[in-house]
Design a protein around this ligand. Sequence first.
Ligand SMILES: [Ca+2]
Length: 195
Amino acid sequence: MTEKNAAPSGITMEYGTIDSGDLESLFTKDRDYLIMESSPVDGYQNLRYEIRFPEVVGLTRMEITIQGVRATKFVNQNVYAWNYNTATWIFGYSMDVRPALKEFGVSFRGSGYSGKDRPIRLLFTADLKVLDSFRVYLDSISIMAESEAPEATLKDKLMALTLVYPWDTIWYGGAISHLTGLGADKIIAEMEKGK
Ligand SMILES: [Ca+2]
């Protein structure tokens, strides 16, 4: 299991415009804000944008931290993450954004949220049935990503396994047994090849 922190790598506005700041404004909590303004869509003021993060191979969990959030009107901003397995946006959290600065944490667990050539994609949506536009301020956003260590060597994996199963149990009667769980089939295949 490995953990790493990632900063945003891209932003796309679907509804709304960027008033000031840019992607780099989101890297640190420093009162340098990304400020976005809603656009009118079918009688609503709408803000809909996607923020991407670098791919994390073997991602099993992600904790998203959003700091220094405020809006010029009371508005709920929904957060979704794209799941490549189901090809749908998975709802994560509804952020109750106020004119006063707030902080939010959103988590997603499971597979399908990232992988090789599959950046983490987060979607933020907010709409209000009002005439005048509203603005949303974001100071920083970051992800703590937890993954099954793809770079772990066979030895690392076996060392972890031997904590659960002693060697003589694994090499029971000259054959490999008692190996189950994620990646066990690959380990057995490699061990069989090397014996
Ligand atoms: Ca900032």
